[in-house]
Design a protein around this ligand. Structure first.
Ligand SMILES: [Zn+2]
Ligand SMILES: [Zn+2]
Length: 467
């Protein structure tokens, strides 16, 4: 529906090109005017309001007088799934993303039941959806969640959209598909027949429940399938995790998947849109994927596209690394070495003699004043290192300190000793660990891995016990 209806669907499609509709370029579009008390009704797309709000209200009222038979209820649910699949497996994964190929009978089935969901023609829907992927979250995204959850769900259809604003996309492949072209040209007939008449025929001819079929399998089923698939644009960009990329809004959540026939793994989908799957784990709910797979076994679908697991895991790892970097930046790793003042060995000793509790380990000076009383090895041992080169003592000469101790020590550093063997030890240690010691995170901070702290020397000094 939506802008579909602003261009006469029948007989308009020559030549079929990705223009939205005829509009007068000189006349400013209504969306360029602010909404006021006197013009607000001009901003509303009344046909869509009738189809997605007015009709369901009528259905709800009529349902009060229409008894629901069990057979009709089962049929309404079954037809809900069929028309839902028309959108998810047909409109979305087959036509918008060409994530697999379908034989003509399957295409005709999907074009028919997809039409029964009353969400516009394949051609119109896919065009907007390609713009949504290409321009996600920007002003050219027809249903950008940045304009609000309600806007991305339904607002973009009930309010008029400026056709010049939507990003352009290539739909030449769709214009070459006779099923797509036929459905677009006969869209209104398809909607009336598949949306209303067909579900009603099944219940009427089947068990004489004409009115029940019209209200439950027709109008109310349309409402539920519409709201469910609209959730892909709203809920899937709002609720859940972002295991593959968090720069844009798409998210993965099982609730969205349950509502949308498996389209809820939307973070994955935006990263790998041409993959016929949305859920990649066997236990995740993706009936759309299961249906496509079954069609393949039946010879109805072929060329199912699937991204290599290696590429998928790379994406997942990079996002994990990004999260690790963010976590790392919240921690105190000590003042970076290059920002520490350079102090001569003599000055270091003088300051220590004057009462400042300074300990040099591997050419780095640490102020342990506040730590002496907490030292797990006792006050005496740590005090014995003050004013000395405690590199060997710290690294096994007396006690081979733990990884945590090296980490803690680095938060106490206050200076670097100029020249001398202590710095040489550090430089050598850095050289020997150079593969890992100079790796920086995304913020340019050096990554300090366990065992590669500057105070840890490559070969631990044999401890007194071991000797
Ligand atoms: Zn999306
Ligand atoms: Zn998509």
């Amino acid at each position: 529906m939506a802008s579909q209806t602003q261009q006469p669907p029948a007989g308009m499609a020559k030549p079929l090109e990705p223009t939205r509709k005829k509009f007068d370029a000189k006349k400013p579009h209504i969306t360029e005017e602010a909404i006021t008390k006197s013009n607000w009704y001009k901003h509303v797309n009344w046909l869509n309001v009738t189809l997605i709000i007015g009709l369901p209200i009528y259905g709800l009222i009529a349902a009060y007088w229409t008894p629901l038979q069990l057979k009709t209820a089962i049929w309404a649910i079954a037809y809900y799934f069929m028309t839902g699949l028309g959108i998810t497996a047909g409109y979305h994964r087959l036509w918008a993303h060409t994530s697999y190929s379908a034989t003509t009978p399957l295409k005709i089935f999907l074009a028919a039941v997809g039409g029964g969901a009353v969400e516009g023609s394949i051609r119109w829907w896919s065009r907007d959806h390609r713009a949504h992927h290409r321009y996600t979250d920007t002003d050219k995204d027809p249903y950008s969640v940045r304009k609000g959850l309600l806007y991305s769900h339904i607002g973009w259809m009930v309010m008029k959209q400026n056709p010049k604003r939507i990003g352009r996309t290539d739909i030449s492949d769709l214009n070459d598909d006779p099923v797509v072209v036929w459905q677009h040209r006969n869209y209104i007939k398809t909607v009336i027949f598949m949306g209303m008449i067909f579900p009603c025929l099944v219940t009427g001819l089947g068990w004489g429940d004409w009115m029940g079929g019209f209200i439950y399998a027709g109008i109310l089923r349309i409402f539920f399938v519409q709201q469910a698939t609209f959730c892909v644009n709203s809920l899937a960009h709002w609720l859940g995790d972002q295991p593959f990329d968090d720069r844009n809004s798409p998210r993965d959540h099982v609730v969205t998947a349950l509502v949308t026939l498996g389209e809820g793994y939307h973070n994955f989908h935006h990263e790998f849109p041409s993959d016929y799957r949305n859920a990649i784990e066997w236990h995740q709910y993706d009936p759309t994927k299961w249906s496509i797979w079954i069609w393949k076994q039946l010879g109805l679908a072929y060329d199912l596209k699937q991204f290599k697991q290696n590429e998928i895991e790379k994406g997942r790892l990079q996002q994990l690394q990004k999260k690790l970097d963010q976590k790392r930046q919240t921690l105190d790793w000590g003042i970076p070495l290059e920002q520490l003042p350079i102090i001569s060995w003599e000055d270091y000793q003088t300051e220590a003699k004057n009462g400042r509790a300074l300990v040099a380990v591997a050419g780095v000076i640490h102020d342990v004043t506040d730590f002496i009383k907490d030292h797990p090895g006792g006050k005496a041992l740590i005090s014995s290192g003050i004013g000395k080169d405690a590199t060997a003592i710290f690294n096994g000469g007396v006690y081979n300190h733990s990884n945590a101790a090296h980490n803690l020590l680095s938060t106490m550093r206050v200076g670097v000793i100029r020249g001398g063997c202590e710095v040489e030890i550090w430089k050598r240690a850095q050289r020997e660990n150079k593969d890992i010691s100079f790796v920086s995170d995304t913020a340019g901070q050096k990554i300090i891995r366990a065992g590669s702290q500057v105070t840890r020397i490559a070969e631990p000094v044999a401890s007194a016990d071991a000797a």
